[in-house]
Each structure stands twice: as C-alpha cells, then as structure tokens.
Design a protein around this ligand. Structure first.
Ligand SMILES: Nc1ncnc2c1ncn2[C@@H]1O[C@H](COP(=O)(O)OP(=O)(O)OP(=O)(O)O)[C@@H](O)[C@H]1O
Ligand SMILES: [Mg+2]
Length: 1107
C-alpha cells in the first residue's frame, strides 16, 4: 500500500521563524533574537529564502543520522524545518534533474563551521546519489581526500582547533544520472608562515604532531626523527597537545586515507621524508663569523642536523651548506656572489622551509586530483563546494589577513550580485514589477584592493618590482599618496584623509573599512611576503637533490631553464586565482551556507549576542533579508499555497477542480485580503507583508482546529452509530438465540412429561396384566401343588407299604441265613477248631513281614557311611531284625565305600585305623591327629642339597623323616634332630649338618612310652645290652607323635613279626645310662603358656608340665 503522504511545511511547529524573510518587524535585534531562540532550541539552521544560516553548536547533534538523510531526500526545500541537508538536496536535485551546475558557497569566520558544513554537504550527496562498486569507490576517494588535506593544511589556532589554513574549492563531477565521476580540488594560499612560526597558543600544521606521535619507532629512525616535540624549533610547545585530539590515531587515519585515495607506498614515504626535512631545517642554527674584508658571514653551528637532512633528501652537503652561506645574483650574464650574514641565513632557512612545505602541499593537491579526476570524457555536471577562510580581524593583521579579507570581499560581492540577480530574474520570470532595493554594494572596496592601476595590490607589486631600496614603509607612503582619498582607506599619514585626526591609528599601519568592519593592517612584511623570495642558490640546491619528489618541487632550480624574469608576486597570483574562481562561480547556480560562530570559547550552549551581532552585520544578513523581501516578503507556488490554505474557503474545500492559480484567487478574494498585499506571478503568489502570511497561518490554524472538531464530531457520531448498530444487530442475534433456546427447553420439558405420564400408564397397565397373569399362575400352581401333595401322600403310602413288605422279606432271609448258619456250624464245628487258628496266624505274620521289607526297601538311608539315619521300627517283634538289618546295611555300604579306595588310600586308612586302635580314648592327643593326613617324610631330604650326604648314607626306603625335639637327658632341655625311620632302622641326624648321630636297628626297640595327655613327649626304650642302648633310652617330643608311633608300630610288626609294646601312662621309667629316671607328667601350669615344658627335678625325676 502506498505510504500516505503527509504534506508538511516549514511553517509547521516553527521555533521563532524558520525563514527570516518572515521576521516582523525586521531589524538587527529581531534577527539576533530569532537566531538565539532557535539556537537555544537546538535549531541551528535558519533560512533567509534559499540561504542557509548555520550557527555552530560546538557539540554533536543527532540531526545528521541516516534517517534524517532519508527524511530530507526528495523533499521540497520548504517542506521540512531548515537543514543543511535540504539545501544539499535542492542543489543535487536541480543538478541531476534540471542539468544546472551548482556551487555551494560556505562562508563565515574562522571556527564558524565551514569545513564541517562542506563535509556534511559531501556526505549527504554521497548518501543520496547512485550506488555500485565503482561509484562507491569514487565517493570514498572524494570523502577521504578531506582527512589528508586537513592533516597538511589545518592547524590549531586560538579560534579553531581544526582551522583550515588554506582555501579550498572542490568540483564534484557527476554523469547524466547523477552518479559521481570524480572531482577536482583547487587550493588557495596556504598560510605557510605557520611552518616556521606560530602565534602564541597555536600550533603548526597537524601533520608534524601526527607524525611524531603516531609513527612507529622504525619509521622515526628511518626519518631520523625523535618523538619528543621539544627537539624541534619549528614546533611551538605551549599548545602541542589539543584537547580531545588523538594525533597518533589521526596519523593512522591519514595514512589509511592516503591509501584509499591512491597514494603509492613510496609516495607516502617521500611525503613524510619532506615533512621530516622541514622539521629538521628548523634545527639548523647559524653563528656569525667575520672575514678580513669586513663583510659579515655566518656559519652553521652544528652540522649534524644538516648532514641528516642531506642524507634524507639526497643533497650534497657541501652544496646545501654553500647555499646557506652565499647568495648569487645573476644579471645580464653576470654572476655576483655575496655572503649571507646570520639574519639573512636564518631568513634563507625559513624561506626554504616555507617553500618546501607549501610546494609539498600543492603537490599533494595535484596528486589527489590525479587520483580523483573523472575517468570519462563524457559531459559532466558539476557541483562546486567552496570552503574558504572566513573574514579575519586579528590584533596584528598582516599580508595574509589582507589577502583573506580581499577574498571575502569578492565573495560578498558575488553573493550580492547573484542574489540580486536571482531575485530580479525571478521577478521577471514571474512577471512582477521590480522595485529598487537599497543595499550596500562592496564593489567599491574590491576596487580599492584590486584595481589594476591604483589598487592596493597593484601598488604593492609596483613597489616590489621597483629598483632601489624598497621597504614596507615606502609601500605605505605610496598607499598614502594614491589611496588617501578613498572613503574606505585610512592611514595616519594620509595627506588629505578625512580621518587625519584619528590618532588611534598607529604608525606603519593602514586601515580598510571592509564591508564586514574596519581592519587595521601592519605593513611590516607586506613586501617580503608579496615577493615570496627564495634565493636561487637554495632552489638550485633543491633541484640537485637525489630525492625525486623534492627535485620535482623546485623546477626553477634547473640551471638549463634559468629564467631571469621575476616570478609573479604572491598578491598577483592570488588575485588571478580569485578572479578565475569568481568567473567559475558565476557560471553556476549558487547555494549559500553562511556560518556563524556563537561564541569565542569553542563552547556549546553559549550564544554571545555581541559576537553574533558583529557577524550578522558583516555577513550582511539584514541586507540579505531586505533584498530577499524587496517588495514581497514571501512567495510560494500556487499548488502548495492552495493545498495549504484551501480549507479557508468553501469553494476550495475540500477539492478545487480548476487550475491552482484560480483557486488561490478565489481563496484570497473570499478572505478579503487587500489587493495591494499580494501579486499574482506566473507560477507563484507573492505576498508583500509577512503579516498577511501570519494572518493566513492563524486562520489556517483556527480552521484546522474547527476541522479537527468537525472530524472529531463526525468521527464520534460515526463511532457511536456503528457502535449502536453493532449493539442492535447483536441484540437481535442474542434474542433469536435465546428464543430458540427457550422453546427448545420448553419442548424438552413437555416431551419428558409426556414420557413420564406415558410410562406411568404403561406401568399401571402392565402391572394389572401381571397381576392377572400371576393370579392365573397361582391358581395353576395351587392345583399342581394339591395334585402333588395328593400324589405324594399316595406314593408315601405305597412306599411305606413296600418297605414293610421288604423288611419282612429281609427278616425272613436273615432268619433263614442264621438258621442255615447255625445248621452248618453245628455240622462243621468238629473240623474247623483244630487248624484254622495257626493258619490264620502264619498268614498274618507272613503278610506283616512282607509288608515290612517292602516298606524298608523304600526307606533305606543314603550310602554315606557316616549317615546315622535309620527308619524307626514298625513292630516291636521285629526289633532285633531291624537292628540286624541296620548293621548289615551299614557294613554293606562301608564295603561299598571301601571298594572305591585305591591301594594308597587303603594304606592310609589302614594306618589311621591302626592309630585309632592304638590310641583312641587312650591318649588325649589322638583326636587332633584324626584330621591330619599321615605324610611320613615331612622333611624332603632328597630335594635339600644340605642333606645330600645323609641321603646317600641311607639306602632303604624312608618311612618317616621329621624334625623332632630330643630331650637332653641331663637337664631336660631339647635339641632339634632329624628323626628317620626306615624298614629296618631308626636314625637320628643333626638338623643342620645332616650328620647321622645314632642308628638303632628296629629289633633293638622294645617299647614306646607316652603320657595319656595332650602332649607330644614319647620315649623309645631300647633292648638292654644292645649296642644302641649304651647311651640309654631316647626321650623325644613331636607334633606328629601319633603318626610316628603308629608307623613305628606297623614297621616293627612287619619286619620283626612282633607287636611293639606301647605304654600309655602319666608316669614311666626311662633308662639314662646307668640310672632309671622317672618321667612324670603333671597337669597344667598356666605360666608356661600352651607349650609343654620339661624339667629335670633331680636324679630320679624328670617333670613334664602339660598345659
Ligand atoms: N554542525 C556542527 N555540529 C557540531 N559541531 C560543529 C558543527 N560545525 C562546526 N562544529 C565544531 O566547530 C569546529 C570548527 O568548525 P570548522 O573547522 O568547520 O570551522 P571553519 O569555519 O572551517 O573554521 P576555519 O575557517 O578556521 O577553517 C569543529 O571542529 C567542530 O568541533
Ligand atoms: Mg575550515
């Protein structure tokens, strides 16, 4: 859906008046008050017709956003509140659509915001013109030329932290579609004196500080520079740092911008080298040196700096040194060399520095132009933006201010001319009678300066070219003679000046009454600056430089092209370039931005009325307004006028069918506006007095309020009616729905009542039928019951009769049987009594035994010999059988168990059995041995190399090999011995060496004694008189006593066929050599612990304490 366009106007919500043409009454005070009022409300832009007045806000306002650009895009100039974008849009559109070349002239004093305004115009145009990769690159290059030129051409002054120290005019070129193609920049008069000296509180050009702060150490070394500003005489120190400015960051921005603009790396390098050379030049100092012929001569104090400059620039040191010491003047093939005194040497040095820098700046502008120039040769449309230094009035005004102010005079003139011309043209175009306007024309001041015969510039040139001694004073004298009568020139010495009495004028000064105010100029330096002299020796030295850029900057130094003609003076050069500029501007459609500085403090929110008043005066704003509203204060095309005011007349409201002009005529007639208050042009209505316009505006406002009330009324009526209709419609719908619902509900009720009644009646009928049916059934059942009872009675009677009959028959049969039995028993009694009792008994017994065995078959317990279960006995008479059977079964299952044994197992069990027979219930140690398997050779003498000898000595099979404690017969202490039992012998050997200590043949062993207690002591008694018995019996103790005794018993039995006597007693005698000693076992003595101890009590008693 198309966006509804809301027609707005500059007149909407105005603060003060947006266009000062409408100011009523019109005077200086109202103009300033209006500007102030708007400024206080952040409205920094105000129109005078199509001229934009801009008051520097000194702070960033949110009025330049992309949304704002869109707001102003393609809107009429007076449609929105005043803005620089409106002017830019107007200029751009008339360039694009009407093919008119444009120029935007931005004027105002230093710090008023000209440069910012020019950048805003450029950025607006860049935002609204065509897009695309190529176009964007062009735009970017055009925009990025600004930071480069600002770095080299701007400086901090007391008036502006970023003051442009050169004039700049930039032509932006567009193709027929309005896409940018490129541009051309012209620069005017760089303030080069700043390079060598800056007024107090000001700085040199930004680039010097940017380079020193932002360059890397490496770059600084390469340029032979040091970061410290104080090292350089050309840099003023008191304000080297500017608040809110980051020089290092700006250096990066500038290098980046140079890259975008198209500078090659080596070009950037060359430029920086020149900058470095200029800085270093300032450090060259001279000292006086007298020569014999009395002429003054100077000498360089410290040649180090000179050497470095020469290295940087590739100049032969001796050449440059000579250029600082001598001056060669050539005249008619004659060369005369004179020495330079110290002052002249310093002059030469500074002249070189200034020239080097200003030529570098011009080179930069040309280089940028080369990059940004349009690539095609098609016809171009041009938009020129002029940002030139504003009018300057300082305490000390010199040649530069004179030149700058001259330029401003010219601009004011062109402004007056073009504004008037435009105004006049419009009147003619619109066929309105032209009325003459009184205004100040500054052509007379321009003439005072630029007149070719007696203008100040011409006088200066004449003085400079004149032979003989020329000084600033002679120049002033000349002026006094020639210009004295001029009404805008004043000087103390002027002969017939009207201001002769004005002693406030100092000597060696002249004053010009510019259109913008009076300015006092010091003549000192005029001649020199106009001459702009650089000694030829220096330019030749520069031309000889190995540095290509420097060489190209001094073409006049080429000896082959020596030109004895003096170069044009600075003044005449400037005049010429201003003339070209004016010519250029005159061919274009001018757009004006007049910048005003609200205060001297560079501060926001301060509006110094005195300062603004001064600017309003010299900018000629009042004149501007007067010119603009000469005759008619306000004009407007018929269509927008009718559109805006058509509601004031019945015929034109809401729609006017005829042409707009007729509509406006009807409107004005209807409103009874006096005929002398307005005029009808061809396309516009001209209103003589702002009062009329404001009256129209008031009426419109009133009418709009009425209309708003009307609209409100109609809207409210409409709203209420629609609301009512909606309610009514809703009510009908609701009623219909409700009726339907109520009827439905009633119907449901009737239906359910009917059903209830129906069901009651049906129920009543059914019950009646049921009752009848029940009665009928009961009657039938009663008959059946009666019949049944009757049949029952009959049947029971019959049954009774039949039972009686049967009983009688049974009784007869029983009696008969008894009778028969009796008869038979009587007959057979004699056979029956003799055998029957025994037979029955035997049979019964047989049955019982048979049953017993069959049952036992299923009840026998498991085959485990240790299972003690056995079924209980069923009959007492089978008790012995039952026990026997248990025994047989046990024997049988033991046999079964034994049958499974291998021979070795059998042997083990045999031994265990033997042990059991020998020791069970006799020796307390026995139970603990049952679980231990008998191993026999515990000591594996085969495997132990220690016992190899012992093993070799024994040839028989070893039955027991075990370490035992042998009890010493003398004291009861024990020593370890290896106890060996073979088939025929019993051997004792030393445990450590394995050496055999004793050997007893088994036939010599008579008895083994031991206690009944839980100890391992045992004695082996030997046959008296045998060889082994010479030392007496052995007393041992061993853990495996039971096994040892058993094995000894079995071996003796098998070898000697005699049972070994084993005596178990707690007291027995042992033969110790000749003595018989009693070994007595006594029960427990707790302090000995769990080990039995043995103690010799006396000759006859050895006591063993068993725990
Ligand atoms: N529209 C603006 N919005 C915000 N600040 C502004 C605006 N215009 C100017 N300024 C501030 O004022 C300062 C001075 O502006 P600018 O450099 O444009 O002055 P100038 O007229 O070019 O001065 P000169 O003649 O010395 O070059 C800017 O650095 C900026 O801080
Ligand atoms: Mg500027």
């Amino acid at each position: 859906m198309a966006k509804m366009e809301v027609k707005t106007s500059l007149l909407d919500n105005m603060i003060g008046v947006g266009d000062m043409v409408l100011l009523e009454p019109l005077n200086e005070e109202t103009v300033i008050n209006n500007l102030k009022k708007r400024f206080d409300h952040n409205e920094i832009y105000t129109y005078i017709g199509s001229v934009v007045i801009s008051v520097n806000p000194y702070r960033s306002l949110p009025i330049y956003s992309p949304e704002k650009v869109e707001d102003y895009r393609n809107r009429n100039f007076y449609e929105l509140s005043p803005h620089i974008f409106a002017l830019s849009d107007e200029a751009y559109r008339s360039l694009r659509d009407q093919d008119k070349d444009q120029c935007i002239l931005i004027t105002g004093e230093s710090g008023a915001g000209k440069t910012e305004a020019s950048k805003l115009v450029m950025s607006y145009v860049a935002a609204v013109c065509g897009k695309g990769a190529e176009v964007n690159q062009v735009k970017e290059q055009l925009l990025q030329s600004n930071p480069v030129l600002e770095a080299f051409g701007n400086a901090k002054t007391v008036r502006n932290d970023n003051s442009s120290r050169f004039g700049k005019y930039m032509d932006i070129e567009f193709d027929f579609k309005g896409d940018p193609l490129g541009g051309v920049i012209s620069n005017y008069l760089l303030e080069k004196s700043r390079v060598v000296k800056q007024p107090r509180g000001e700085r040199n050009f930004h680039v010097f500080y940017q380079l020193l702060s932002g360059a890397s150490e490496e770059l600084l070394n390469k340029l032979k520079l040091e970061r410290d500003f104080s090292r350089y005489n050309y840099l003023s120190l008191d304000s080297a740092k500017v608040n809110g400015v980051d020089d290092a960051a700006n250096f990066r921005t500038v290098r980046n911008a140079m890259q975008i603009v198209g500078f090659m790396d080596h070009e950037v390098e060359s430029v920086l080298e020149v900058v470095a050379a200029v800085l270093k030049l300032g450090n060259i100092e001279f000292k006086p040196e007298s020569r014999v012929n009395g002429l003054d001569e100077s000498k360089i104090k410290d040649k180090n700096e000179l050497k470095e400059i020469c290295e940087l620039t590739g100049i032969d040191q001796s050449v440059l040194e000579r250029a600082f010491s001598f001056r060669t003047v050539e005249a008619k093939q004659e060369k005369v060399s004179t020495t330079l005194n110290v002052a002249q040497a310093y002059y030469a040095r500074d002249a070189l520095a200034k020239n080097l820098y200003s030529r570098l700046f011009s080179w930069l502008v040309n280089r940028i132009n080369e990059s940004i120039k349009a690539q095609t040769k098609v016809r171009k449309k041009v938009m020129g933006v002029l940002d030139i230094y504003g009018f300057e009035i300082f305490e000390d005004n010199s040649f530069e201010q004179f030149i700058i102010n001259y330029c401003n005079e010219k601009l004011q003139q062109i402004f007056i001319e073009l504004t008037l011309k435009e105004e006049q043209e419009e009147y003619i175009r619109e066929d309105i009678e032209w009325t003459h306007i009184e205004y100040f024309n500054n052509a007379i001041i321009c003439d005072l300066i630029e007149n070719n015969t007696n203008g100040i510039l011409a006088m200066l040139d004449e003085e400079c070219l004149r032979p003989g001694t020329v000084t600033d004073e002679t120049f002033l004298e000349k002026l006094n003679q020639v210009c004295a009568t001029h009404q805008h020139f004043e000087s103390r010495m002027s002969k017939c000046s009207r201001f002769l009495n004005d002693t406030s004028l100092p000597h060696s000064c002249f004053r010009i009454q510019h259109y913008a105010g009076k300015v006092l100029y010091q003549v000192e330096g005029f001649v020199d600056k106009n001459n702009d002299l650089l000694y030829r020796d220096l330019s030749q030295a520069m031309w000889k430089a190995g540095h290509a850029l420097i060489k190209s900057l001094f073409p006049e130094g080429n000896p082959a092209k020596i030109n004895l003609k003096r170069p044009p003076t600075a003044g005449s050069q400037f005049k010429a370039s201003v003339a070209t500029l004016m010519k250029n501007l005159q061919t274009k459609n001018p757009n004006y931005i007049r910048c005003i500085k609200p205060n001297d403090k560079k501060a926001a929110h301060i509006f110094n009325e005195g300062l603004v008043c001064h600017q309003v005066r010299y900018l000629g704003l009042l004149e501007n307004v007067r010119v603009r509203r000469a005759g008619y204060a306000f004009r407007q095309a018929y269509e927008p006028c009718l559109e805006r005011y058509k509601m004031l007349c019945k015929q034109t409201w809401p729609h006017w069918k005829g042409p707009a002009r007729a509509g406006v005529e009807v409107l004005f007639n209807e409103l009874e506006i006096p005929v002398e208050e307005y005029s009808f042009g061809r396309s516009k209505i001209f209103i003589r007095n702002p009062r009329t316009l404001f009256k129209l505006e008031d009426l419109r406002k009133q009418r709009l309020e009425d209309l708003a009330t009307l609209i409100q009324k109609i809207y409210r009526g409409w709203k209420c009616r629609t609301h009512f209709l909606l309610m009514r419609k809703s009510q009908i719908v609701i009623a219909a729905w409700y009726r339907r619902y109520a009827q439905q509900k009633r119907y449901q009720q009737i239906k359910s009542s009917t059903l209830v009644i129906q069901s009651y009646i049906r129920g009543w009928k059914a019950r009646k039928i049921l009752r009848e049916l029940k009665h009928q059934k009961r009657c039938e059942e009663a008959a059946t019951t009666i019949a049944a009872y009757w049949h029952g009675t009959q049947a029971r009677r019959e049954l009774k009769r039949l039972k009686e009959e049967a009983r009688r028959k049974h009784a007869v049969a029983v009696i008969w049987a008894y009778w028969l039995g009796l008869k038979v028993r009587r007959e057979y009694r004699k056979f029956f009594r003799a055998n029957a009792g025994k037979k029955i008994y035997e049979f019964t017994l047989q049955r019982i035994v048979q049953k017993y065995f069959l049952e036992m078959k299923n009840k026998v317990p498991s085959l485990s010999p240790i299972d003690k279960n056995w079924p209980s006995r069923p009959y007492l008479f089978l008790d012995s059988t039952h026990k026997e059977l248990k025994r047989i079964f046990h024997l049988w299952r033991c046999k079964k168990y034994r049958d499974q044994f291998t021979d070795q197992q059998k042997l083990i069990y045999e031994e265990k059995l033997e042990a059991s027979e020998l020791f069970k219930d006799k020796k307390a140690l026995y139970p603990s041995s049952v679980g231990q398997p008998f191993q026999g050779p515990y000591l594996e003498i085969n495997k132990n190399p220690k016992y190899k000898k012992l093993k070799d000595a024994i040839e028989e099979k070893i039955i027991i090999a075990e370490v035992v404690n042998k009890i010493n017969r003398a004291n009861g202490k024990s020593t370890s011995r290896i106890f060996l039992l073979t088939n025929n012998n019993l051997l004792l050997a030393d445990q450590k060496s394995g050496q055999i200590k004793s050997e007893v043949p088994l036939v010599d062993v008579t008895k083994v004694s031991m206690s009944s207690q839980n100890d391992g002591f045992f004695a082996i008694h030997l046959k008296e008189g045998s060889e082994a018995a010479s030392k007496g019996d052995f007393l041992f103790s061993s853990e495996h006593l039971i096994e040892m005794a058993t094995k000894l018993y079995r071996t003796t039995l098998s070898q000697t066929k005699q049972k070994l006597n084993i005596e178990i007693s707690d007291e027995f005698l042992v033969q110790f050599r000749q003595d018989k000693v009693c070994v007595k076992f006594i029960q427990g003595n707790q302090k000995n612990g769990t080990v039995p101890t043995c103690k010799r009590k006396n000759n006859r008693l050895l006591e063993v304490a068993v725990p």
